[in-house]
Design a protein around this ligand. Structure first.
Ligand code: EPZ
Length: 419
């Protein structure tokens, strides 16, 4: 198993070109199933979840792959020769659930097992299934296998989400674009990745309005076509590298990013005492003075503070002067990185949804295992600020969402290598 060896204490500097968004790329790759033609996606990150999505697309009869060494993915979905997805493929990531909406939308049939993904607590799909049933899908659940079919085409429906679930909103959009009639999603998720998916689908001939707001309307069309599209920047990966700089100290320019997606996170960094200037696709970020504790951070749906940023912002706060508090409102079990941070001598108390961080003067390198994708990134951020050497194992979690994390950080001056 590979691991990252990090010798902390080096300040970061230089420019980091931020990768394309994992959480926009994955639903858009599933959406390509609906197009029945060739789709060219630019700015896709070379991460294991994207390769997993390619495996599913290939299994379904599509052609899918990076064209050459860049970040462009080409998908041809003229023929769909299967509409079931093996348990092994479904378990590789949470985003496999998007193929449910896309396959039912395209073929009227889909047989899958429950999706995998980081263990952040029970991650049910009850809202996905309830919404698809409202659109006419017949879904039988037996022994963890979901056998779903629509008698002919799905039909539009008015769907009120009890919670603005990102994945549910996306899955409904994928099922609705080829359905008969109009679908309205009330209390829809507002994350920027939702708007990116809608922009992609509209470029393929769909008729979606209101993405980014709490009410999305989809007028079903007969057919979609392929298109060429550039995926949005990854706001969470960008925030990760800012948190690494806050933790280790230094000044970086994050380029190819979209600061307007990140206001809640940038506000927290400023509260910590970091200097943040934004201009177009660049963020000029410096952390040259000791960090300060911040007001309580409550993870919320967009545009609130994102749960995905909780772990690595916590890592940056471990040495901030004072007491910081997190309330994790989105997932039941998203503090598994705290053990690793405490191995590095962080002073953190977790009680249910609440984590209390007492700033300590220094952290010390330690061996720690990445518990999940963003928790692993948090351990890397802390290791960069620790004295001595850290070994982060289980980095396959980190590779699910970050393209060449060690190369990116080494290019900014970190002493980090993969073994
Ligand atoms: C997406 O997950 C992201 N993943 C997650 O990012 C992100 O943390 C999450 O949205 C919240 O922003 C992708 O986009 C691939 P949800 P998703 O449906 O769609 C509960 C990362 O690190 N829920 O908004 O699974 C659910 O259990 C990943 O990049 C139900 O109860 O998130 C959770 O508590 C981690 N029933 C809450 O809603 C359902 O049917 C939010 O889930 C669906 C969700």
């Amino acid at each position: 198993m590979q691991k990252l060896i990090i010798n902390g204490g080096k300040r970061l500097g230089g420019e980091i070109a931020v990768q394309g968004s994992k959480n926009a790329t994955l639903p858009i790759m599933a959406a390509a199933v609906l197009c029945g033609g060739e789709t060219v996606l630019h700015n896709c990150p070379r991460i294991s979840d994207v390769y997993s999505a390619m495996k599913i697309l290939t299994y379904l009869g599509c052609k899918a792959g990076f064209d050459g060494s860049g970040n462009t993915v080409v998908i041809s979905s003229e023929t769909i020769s299967a509409n079931d997805i093996s348990d092994e493929l479904m378990r590789e990531m949470r985003s496999s659930i998007f193929f449910l909406g896309a396959l039912i939308g395209r073929t009227g049939r889909c047989r899958i097992t429950l999706p995998g993904g980081c263990d952040l607590g029970p991650r049910p799909i009850d809202m996905h299934l309830s919404a698809l049933r409202k659109m006419g899908a017949v879904i039988r659940e037996e022994y963890g296998v979901l056998d779903c079919f629509a008698d002919g085409r799905l039909h539009g429906a008015k769907i009120n989400l009890s919670f603005p679930s990102v994945g549910t909103t996306e899955n409904i959009m994928l099922a609705a674009v080829l359905a008969k009639g109009v679908t309205v999603i009330q209390n829809a998720a507002r994350e920027p990745e939702i708007s990116d998916l809608a922009d992609f689908l509209n470029k393929c001939g769909a008729d979606i309005h209101g993405a980014g707001s709490s009410r999305i309307t989809v007028n079903g069309t007969e057919k979609l076509h392929g298109c060429e599209y550039t995926v949005m920047p990854d706001r969470i990966a960008c925030a990760t590298y800012l948190a690494c700089t806050a933790a280790a100290g230094g000044e970086i320019i994050a380029s190819r990013c979209r600061p307007s997606d990140m206001e809640s996170i940038l506000g927290v960094f400023e509260q910590m005492g970091c200097i943040v200037h934004t201009h177009g696709e660049k963020i000029y970020f410096s952390a040259n003075s000791p960090l300060r504790a911040v007001d309580p951070i409550r993870t919320m749906v967009y545009p609130g503070f994102p749960t995905d940023a909780q772990a690595f912002v916590m890592a940056a706060l471990c040495k901030a002067k004072g007491t910081s508090v997190f309330v994790e409102n989105i997932f039941e079990n998203r503090y598994k990185h705290v053990d690793g941070l405490k191995r590095m001598s962080a002073d953190i108390l977790v009680e249910g949804k609440v984590a209390v961080i007492e700033g300590v003067p220094r952290l010390y390198g330690a061996k720690a295992a990445a518990p999940d994708l963003r928790g692993g990134a948090g351990l890397v951020a802390a290791a960069l600020s620790a004295e001595g050497t850290s070994e982060i194992s289980n980095i396959h979690y980190i590779d699910r969402g970050y393209e060449d994390i060690e190369k990116v950080l080494a290019s900014a001056g970190a002493d980090i290598k993969r073994e």
